[in-house]
Design a protein around this ligand. Structure first.
Ligand code: ADP
Length: 305
């Protein structure tokens, strides 16, 4: 079992020629509503590659919440650990994408802020029964720290995707196995290379030098270049295959969900890394976020695993 204690957002995206000025009303040339929080995305990604997943999250008692539940059910995810906050809206991101490719994003955390340390405590047994518990930087810092403490106390593997970067306790980072970061997040926690266009090998060495110092193990994703990982057992590079990227939204979440799923199966970090890179590369070749995640069979075939 993979337990994801995570954010759940509904993204509303308007596609426009150019951004409106203050006070101006414009017409969009497209609109879309989709599941978008990192917690819910990663839960779906882990599920579609074969993990059994419980998502601990909070929604508002509103139509966006109903949409989120319906979407999770369409994928076959259990929703028993998803509660409704009485006095907060479902977390939403209002996204505007201009023809230039630029975007503006307004995030309302809403009910995600109701995922408190007390909610985590109430899920103590669920967490203790998991092979792995996964969380992200979108929840309140005290909540992330509490998940790490409970996982450590129960001897459950803790995986932290610190996206966006958040000032979690040093002990939380230290127990992360792995701490999963993109290039910007890695630099934010003090893992990086001097070169702006550093190679996979340079990033692998930077990750290796942070093992034990910052986190128990570390994974850094590097977009179209692939990803690297390091633990006490060694350090590895996993180049991404050259693909035609049509939509990179949610690729990082697809990567992290797959990584967690295969680690929970007991695969070594080196192998889970290669499989997660394949999952990320497949996700960028399809439109959408949760709808771009490929099946277990496709991911394993692409990884040659
Ligand atoms: P984030 O979106 O969180 O910043 P990255 O951009 O590092 O994350 O992408 C995460 C993973 O998705 C990469 O490690 C890789 O596996 C895959 N990926 C992203 N962009 C591409 C691409 N252009 N080609 C192939 N794989 C990609």
């Amino acid at each position: 079992l993979v337990v994801v204690v995570g954010s759940l957002n509904v993204d509303s995206t308007s596609y426009v020629g150019a951004f409106p000025e203050p006070g101006e009303t414009i017409r969009s040339h497209g609109f879309q509503v989709a599941l978008g929080g990192k917690g819910s995305n990663q839960a779906v990604a882990a599920h579609v590659v074969g993990a059994s997943v419980d998502l601990v999250a909070r929604l508002g008692a509103d139509a966006a919440g109903d949409f989120a539940v319906a979407t999770l059910e369409r994928f076959g995810l259990p929703t028993a650990a998803i509660g409704r906050a009485a006095d907060a809206p479902t977390g939403v991101a209002q996204i505007t994408v201009a023809d230039s490719g630029e975007n503006t994003i307004i995030v309302t955390s809403g009910a995600n802020l109701a995922v408190t340390p007390a909610v985590v405590d109430a899920e103590r047994e669920r967490i203790a029964s998991a092979a792995l518990v996964l969380t992200q930087g979108e929840l309140p810092v005290a909540t992330i720290d509490r998940v790490a403490e409970l996982a450590a106390g129960a001897g459950v593997r803790f995986v932290l995707n610190l996206a966006p970067p958040a000032p979690v306790a040093a002990a939380t980072l230290a127990s992360s196995d792995p701490l999963v970061l993109n290039e910007h997040e890695a630099r934010a926690v003090g893992i990086g290379t001097d070169a702006a266009d550093a190679s996979l090998d340079a990033w692998r060495d930077a990750a290796a030098s942070a093992v034990g110092r910052i986190a128990r193990s570390i994974v850094v994703t590097l977009g179209g270049s692939g990803a690297v990982a390091a633990s006490v057992d060694g350090s590895w590079t996993a180049p991404a295959p050259a693909v035609d990227a049509v939509d990179t939204t949610g690729a990082g979440d697809g990567f992290t969900g797959a990584l967690a799923a295969f680690l929970a199966e007991g695969r070594p970090l080196e192998e889970a890394l290669r499989i997660a890179v394949a999952a990320g590369a497949l996700a960028v070749q399809a439109r959408g976020t949760v709808d771009s995640y490929a099946s277990r069979a496709a991911v394993l075939r692409t990884a040659g695993a």
